[in-house]
Ligand binder design. Structure first.
Ligand code: ADP
Length: 670
């Protein structure tokens, strides 16, 4: 096996590759740009070489610097990861010319497959169905319209050199052709330095299904089943799974055999992916072949129980594939979500900055491939994808549920992410039923009017979590005051049930918390629906909370500010406001206490114990006058009137334990 290799990439994929190197006893060399000097891939590699400035052309795209680094550190091979130079034939050629092994297919195959027109022609040779279209570039408006007339509208204009969905444009009518063609040509010239465009039939509501293959240097090719990547935004994948609901064993075998056939025809070596588009009738068409490790490769690894990077390294070294097609067995279901630094509430604008808090979900059948941690900076120079969460289950529903819970427990602060957006997709009934297509997001999630009402159990769970945590946090302070209670001579019996009113948007929840043996077990009534809840011991300030609700683990992400708690769970996120019933009534349900200052009640500013009440009913008081004395955190402090007025009623007496927001005094309305 290789003794030492260089990984020409960054982020999660660099980390993922070097971990396989470690497990195989191969030493790894990382490369990095200036802003990446503290990255995980730099820390975890055996050696690291600085390439240059932040801009990819100065670092991760600089072929000569990378090859020089590999030679200087005594590497035998280069793994390109995905993106950057992974599908660059010139880089593969230069690597080989320098006496190093390129971990991927031969440069000539990369070049052939990198050109969509050439690849389509090759696929035709391998008797693969291809999307109807004209496989010659169109240069002028007249040529484009003629091609579209032949193919039939709607058509898709596609850059021959394309990748990452860039430059593609759907054209519904001939009138749209002129502007679409101009934009497509501009974009593709800018992105790929190549303005060739071809015309293909636009398939409506398609599924994206791809076949993973492995080919060794000895002519053996196997496929490892499919991945479905239909959940996309602007032609970019967000959620992937393996297998796909759309394939049965016969169709899988057929598409798999065709993918292997194409690999053989092309002289393919190493890991590769043949992408198909499947129309509403279930007919499939070749899209393209990706000559590298895909972002979504882990779902294939989990259902096959293999390490694709390990096989890439073995194949590149010259090993034979250790299994035949008959020995490939798929088990269970795997799902992947790409975690991206973007803000779904602001049109998915990229979100950059420092990650101030970071906590990954952990557990059985759960894998997180991440390139970031607390303290990492997300910069404008690189891809917004930070990490991937991959789950496995016996079946699709088990993998999906595991993913929802994993995302509920994935906490990132400092930047915005698509975590809750992904959970909105994962919990959408159409997704749950497996009715996927590439226009799922625009059809079901982009129009705010289409936003589904959150299911009752999700809202009740969130109301329970926020109320319990609010209650426990307030009580924690009160318990610390217990020794003081005897001093004022009033024995306060320990209460066993508590009532609250919790508000979230237009929902109001009446909540009763009843202690059930021990400090951790509760019966919670939410609008009279009973839930048996177990809380974790003493973790009430943490941003992630795990509750057991009716025997099921549920994770919540929480952020506190007084009786306002921001919560996220199962794709629902927002503020929950918690009140005690008296406060709720006095407030006339609205507005919240922070906006009531100077109104006709005096709120308690902190949790504590009432030591003295210095006013009586009917008494006239003046602004700044001390009304109630509290003892809290070992200190006495006075609560004073915020304005002049007449006391209508005094709501507390010495010895009362009070909470933030408890009404102390009620003033007469003038
Ligand atoms: P890229 O290489 O830029 O990623 P692909 O050819 O792989 O481009 O296509 C990416 C995505 O674009 C597909 O997954 C699919 O959603 C959409 N797409 C591509 N071709 C078609 C088509 N003919 N009809 C409808 N959608 C298409």
């Amino acid at each position: 096996m290789f003794e030492k290799i260089l990984i020409a990439n960054r982020g999660e994929i660099a980390v993922r590759i070097l971990r396989t190197c470690k497990s195989m006893g191969i030493r790894s060399v990382a490369v990095y740009s200036e802003p990446d000097f503290r990255s995980i891939h730099v820390k975890e590699a055996d050696e690291a070489v600085l390439l240059g400035g932040a801009r990819p052309v100065e670092s991760y795209l600089h072929m000569d610097k990378i090859i020089a680094a590999a030679l200087a550190t005594g590497c035998q091979a280069i793994h390109p990861g995905y993106g950057f130079l992974s599908e660059n034939a010139e880089f593969a050629e230069k690597t080989t010319a320098a006496g190093l092994t390129f971990i991927g297919p031969p440069a000539s195959v990369i070049a052939a497959m990198g050109d969509k027109i050439a690849a389509k022609k090759l696929a035709g040779k391998a008797r693969m169905p291809v999307v109807p279209g004209i496989v010659e570039p169109v240069a002028t408006y007249e040529e484009a319209v003629a091609a579209a007339d032949t193919v039939g509208y709607p058509v898709l204009l596609k850059p021959a050199a394309g990748g990452g969905g860039k430059g593609m444009r759907a054209v519904d009518r001939p009138e749209e052709m002129a502007s679409a063609l101009a934009l497509c040509q501009q974009e593709t010239q800018k992105s790929f330095g190549d303005a060739r465009i071809f015309v293909e039939r636009y398939i409506k509501k398609p599924r994206h299904i791809e076949i993973q293959i492995l080919a060794d240097r000895h002519g053996n090719v196997v496929h490892l089943g499919e991945r479905e990547c239909s959940i996309q935004r602007r032609y970019q994948k967000i959620i992937e799974e393996s297998p796909s609901c759309a394939l049965d064993p016969a169709l899988r075998a057929k598409m798999g055999a065709l993918a292997c056939e194409l690999a053989k025809t092309a002289g393919y070596v190493n890991a590769g992916t043949v992408e198909f588009i499947v129309d509403e009738r279930g007919d499939f068409f070749f899209l393209e072949m990706n000559t590298r490790l895909q972002v979504e490769h882990p779902v294939t690894e989990l259902v096959n129980g293999i390490d694709l990077v390990e096989h890439q390294l073995r194949i590149a070294f010259g090993h034979r594939l250790p299994f035949t097609q008959e020995q490939v067995t798929l088990s269970g279901w795997a799902m992947e979500v790409r975690i991206c630094a973007e803000d779904p509430r602001r049109g998915f604008a990229p979100s950059v900055g420092l990650i101030t808090r970071y906590a990954e979900p952990r557990g059985k059948d759960l894998r997180v491939d991440s390139g970031v941690d607390a303290g990492s900076t997300v910069s404008v120079y690189y891809d917004p994808m930070l990490a991937k969460v991959i789950t496995w289950g016996e079946n699709r529903e088990a993998a999906r549920r595991k993913m929802v819970q994993a995302l509920n427990g994935y906490h990132i602060e400092g930047i915005s992410t698509n975590i809750d957006f992904a959970n909105q997709i994962l919990t959408h009934p159409v997704f749950v039923r497996g009715e996927l297509s590439t226009d799922f997001i625009p059809t079901h999630l982009l129009d705010p009017d289409m936003k589904l009402a959150a299911p009752q159990e999700v809202l009740h769970g969130m109301a329970t979590a926020t109320t319990l945590i609010y209650h426990l946090r307030e009580n924690l302070l009160q318990d610390s005051l217990r020794p003081l209670k005897s001093r004022v001579g009033v024995a306060v019996p320990a209460r066993e049930d508590f009532e609250y009113v919790t508000k979230h948007e237009e929902h109001i929840f009446h909540i009763r918390l009843e202690k059930k043996g021990g400090d951790l077990q509760w019966q919670v009534l939410v609008n009279n629906v009973a839930y048996q809840v177990i809380t974790p011991p003493m973790e009430f300030y943490r941003r992630r909370l795990k509750l057991s609700i009716n025997g099921q683990d549920a994770f919540f992400r929480l952020k506190y500010s007084g009786n306002f708690i921001e919560a996220a769970h199962c794709g629902v996120s927002g503020t929950f406001e918690i009140y005690n019933p008296r406060e709720w009534q006095l407030a006339g349900h609205m507005p919240p206490p922070t906006e009531r200052l100077g109104g006709n009640v005096l709120d308690c500013p902190m949790p504590g114990l009432v030591v003295a009440v210095k006013v009586k009913e009917g008494e006239r008081v003046f602004r700044g006058q001390e009304l109630v004395i509290l003892e809290s955190m070992k200190m006495e402090s006075a609560v004073s009137a915020l304005g002049d007025g007449v006391i209508e009623s005094v709501c507390v007496q010495p010895g009362d334990a009070v909470e933030t927001g408890t009404v102390l005094v009620h003033f007469k309305n003038d």
